[in-house]
Write a protein that binds this ligand. Sequence first.
Ligand SMILES: Nc1nc2c(c(=O)[nH]1)N[C@H]1C(S)=C(S)[C@@H](COP(=O)(O)O)O[C@H]1N2
Ligand SMILES: [Mo]
Length: 413
Amino acid sequence: MGESFSSESSYDADRFDRQLWQTARQTGLSRRNLLGLAAASAGGLAYLGLPGRMSRAQAVCPAVGVVKPTPPELFFTLGTNREMRWEAMRNRGYLVGNDLFFVRNHTCTPQLDTATWRLRVEGSGVRRPLDLTYNDIVSMDATSRTKFIECAGNGRSFFNTQQGTAASGTQWKLGAIGVAEWTGVPLWKVLARAGLKHTAVDVMPEGLDDEVTGQGHVRRPMPLEKALHPDTLLVYAMNGHPLPPDHGFPVRMLVPGWVGIANIKWVGRIEVSEQPLFSFWNTESYRLFGEAYPDTPLLSSQEVKSAFEIPFPATLPAGPQLLRGRSWSGHGSIHRVEVSVDGGSRFVRADLKSPNLSQAWVRWDVPWNPTPGNYVLKARARDSRGNLQPDAVPFNTQGYSFWAVVNHPVTVV
Ligand SMILES: Nc1nc2c(c(=O)[nH]1)N[C@H]1C(S)=C(S)[C@@H](COP(=O)(O)O)O[C@H]1N2
Ligand SMILES: [Mo]
């Protein structure tokens, strides 16, 4: 791909092409005829029931698309998103504070009011459709879980910088992840109140943020089994505070270990169905597309990854010091972490600190005593299920699931 995919809008253009292609298949047009038609006139697109490319703009956010302050010493700004700087975690504890947690918005942060907010639970999979108020939710027994939320595209920029093939989408380094203590109520309790049928198969939470042009509200189904898991929560507090607006106030999903998109923010409706459910976010995106993936598998669990708590790239002083970092996996906890300071010739075992929670992360360190020069650092983790970070991962066009060992450039002065 000669094209630069550094902006979210080129990602959208790519998605649009795919949508056109699918429509073409459905209507029996060849791809060439279809693209000719689309190029020739806006009427061609209207004929297909699709909006024109020009009218399908990005979410146009008000001046403040993200509500909380995101100063440049804590965050990189990537369109409507904010990436956590890993060096900002260095002197912090196990959890990522609400001030430093990354923000990933397909749209813009909406400002919702608990007085008028309702959660509607409906669909063929429940006997008694429900409307719950904020008070109904917070007066149920509360439960807390410490888990990560990580964007499926975390690490995407390394497809380009490390493997030489750019993928479309937000060019995150490794900061589209955070671990917090989430408090709320298990989703299964709410589904039970609505009279969940034994024939239900899919559960699809839906956000109250603006519709994405042509796709409706942000929503993605999960199988009933995941929806009923005791760790799958409707969350209203983050690290002991009400959810901040950017993180889903008043109520969001926590779907531990799964791709970030499963954790729908600003939930206003949950559809429970006896039929499989589809949305843009489980058909056109959050699947793997590419030569290595003829079956275009759907994404669910996040893979095992590691990051150093230093800038990317970093300049560090010579002399004895501790290299610190964290490793995590959607499949469980972390079994072992190894670090190389010589580009991968030799690895030493890092010292893992407690706690080492499943679907959260573990902190680790290794002593280092470098002399001035240029170095490539690598951290490689194995999770409790035996998954080991590989040296490279096969390309997928939307750049999800980059879990290869990252080459971290460091200059010692
Ligand atoms: N309603 C809604 N929910 C959403 C999104 C969104 O744009 N709208 N973004 C999703 C994605 S892609 C991710 S990675 C996580 C990010 O959660 P955070 O912004 O709290 O870090 O929220 C998910 N939930
Ligand atoms: Mo995401």
